[in-house]
Design a protein around this ligand. Structure first.
Ligand code: 4AD
Ligand code: MG
Length: 467
């Protein structure tokens, strides 16, 4: 086997160069057959489909395959001839000449011995679930979407900014933060007031994991014009829902001289082009998810590509919700934050398309959003998607120093922590806007999966950080 180079399964399945010797390496998905012939499906992760290896029983009797450990889950190498397939379901197959087992998988204990495990069970074996059809598909789509995001921004002249993960400012107010410290668990130094003395900590001040890269993104936009961040963010909220994680990835573009209109145009073009990319580049994985989990998936994706989003103000949305025939668990009134049931009513029942809501009451939004002329609302925008609710949150930012600091005082945001952020308004301030797209919420939408814990390799949520 030594001088022959291995070929990926996807490359072999696409090959038209037949009747040649090939070498493939991967994991056994299934082995079946009879006393004349054994069929081994080998998958190396390169794509959704496995390649069929045909092992003639004269050379490879079932008993010998079993004794050698050629069982579901085993890692093997197969040397053989690539030939046109006699059977249905594949165009080529390999007639085995030599099979080497790298690592067997004991069929009496291997957790994925049988197919059809529930997603809940698979969550408990997050280290093995990438070997299933479902998670292979989700993880390849996740990769394709990260690539498409970088490609979109690169093609449109944006610069990728690496914003910090450990932050000394806990002022954005986007959610509860995780403390980062190297102080002793049992005997931290205390100050005169009896509180933990963080001046003795690693950074000389209290630090946390970031909830968003936006504020640093704004700093970069005031120099490079068009920037984006794409990194992990952390929120210690106790939200045990199918749409919240404690550690999730967020994409945050920030653009100098953009207003709310430009921001909406960017969000819409960006999302539509990502969905289009998935349809063009992940057809096998999407088809599987469509057939297995959600028969409307491909239609829904195509619908988003083909149709413009509905844009309306928060105030208009509240009117629609108040006159809706549907009973909501949470009442709607001007000034209250919309719940996911309200967002989904607007998207799924009323408009039946993605919706962008704008101009929310200032009291339910962050301090940095630009105040509208009426003094009651801000230039916020949330993009709401079918099955998801909020997928993007963003705004035009307040560029006026006076108005910004006034909002900070009203909302008890400490100015001294954000002196560097305020310098952007002090020196060469300019109108600008940006938004945050929750990466896992995007992947939920693209894959049609129902739970956000199933679209990230190792989900972090309350009481769960095993892997
Ligand atoms: O609306 P959010 O909190 O906005 C911000 O953090 C702004 N700083 C973004 C900006 O303007 N640059 O979060 C943005 C998006 C949400 O729309 C949602 O998709 C996602 O991040 N998100 C979560 N995703 C998973 N788990 C959570 N706990 C999430 N919280 C927010
Ligand atoms: Mg939000």
């Amino acid at each position: 086997m030594s001088d022959l180079r291995k070929t990926s399964v996807q490359e072999l399945l696409r090959s038209t160069d037949l009747d040649r010797e090939v070498l493939v390496k991967g994991w056994v998905r299934t082995r079946r057959g009879n006393k004349y012939v054994q069929f081994i499906a080998v998958n190396d992760g390169s794509g959704f489909n496995s390649i069929q290896v045909v092992a003639n029983a004269e050379q490879f009797p079932e008993e010998k395959l079993k004794a050698d450990g050629v069982e579901n889950g085993a890692a093997i190498a197969v040397r053989g001839r690539l030939v046109a397939s006699q059977g249905k379901g594949q165009s080529v197959e390999i007639q085995a000449e030599e099979i080497t087992v790298y690592g067997s998988a004991d069929p009496t204990t291997y957790p994925l011995q049988k197919k059809g495990h529930s997603l809940e069970f698979l969550r408990e074996i997050a280290h093995l679930r990438p070997r299933t059809n479902t998670f292979g598909a989700v993880l390849r789509i996740r990769h394709a979407m990260s690539f498409a995001i970088h490609k979109y921004f690169n093609d449109h002249g944006y610069f990728y900014i690496h914003t910090p993960i450990i932050t000394g400012s806990d002022a954005e107010g986007a959610g509860q933060m995780f403390r980062v410290t190297t102080l002793s668990d049992t005997k931290p130094p205390l100050n005169e007031a009896g509180e933990v003395d963080y001046t003795a900590d690693f950074f000389g001040k209290a630090t946390n994991l970031t909830v968003s890269g936006q504020l640093e993104g704004e700093v970069a936009a005031m120099a490079l014009g068009k920037v984006y961040t794409f990194g992990p963010t952390f929120r210690a909220e106790n939200s045990n829902t199918a749409r919240h994680l404690a550690e999730f990835w967020m994409i945050e573009p920030e653009v100098a001289f953009n207003d709310l209109q430009d921001n909406m145009d960017l969000a819409e073009d960006f999302l539509r082009s990502l969905v289009r990319y998935a349809l063009e580049h992940c057809p096998d994985d999407l088809q599987f998810l469509n057939d297995q989990y959600d028969k409307e998936l491909l239609n829904r994706l195509q619908f988003v590509v083909d149709n413009e989003f509905k844009r309306l103000t928060y105030t208009e949305a509240v009117e629609i919700l108040k006159s809706a025939k549907q009973k909501f668990e949470f009442p709607v009134d001007w000034g209250t934050d919309l719940q996911s049931e309200h967002e989904r009513y607007l998207v799924e029942k009323h408009f039946k398309k993605p919706v962008i809501l704008t101009n929310y009451p200032k009291d339910i939004k962050a301090f940095y959003m630009k105040l509208d002329e009426d003094g009651r609302t801000v230039r916020a925008m949330d993009v709401l998607f079918p099955g998801i609710g909020e997928i993007i949150g963003g705004s035009q930012r307040e560029e006026d120093m006076q108005k910004l600091t006034q909002r900070m005082q009203e909302m008890h945001v400490p100015e001294e922590d954000l002196w560097w952020y305020l310098d952007t308004r002090r020196y060469g301030s300019a109108p600008h806007a940006g938004f945050g797209l929750g990466f896992e919420r995007l992947i939920l939408f693209i894959t049609g999966m129902a739970n956000i814990r199933d679209v990230i390799p190792f989900p972090r949520f309350p009481k769960s950080a095993e892997f």
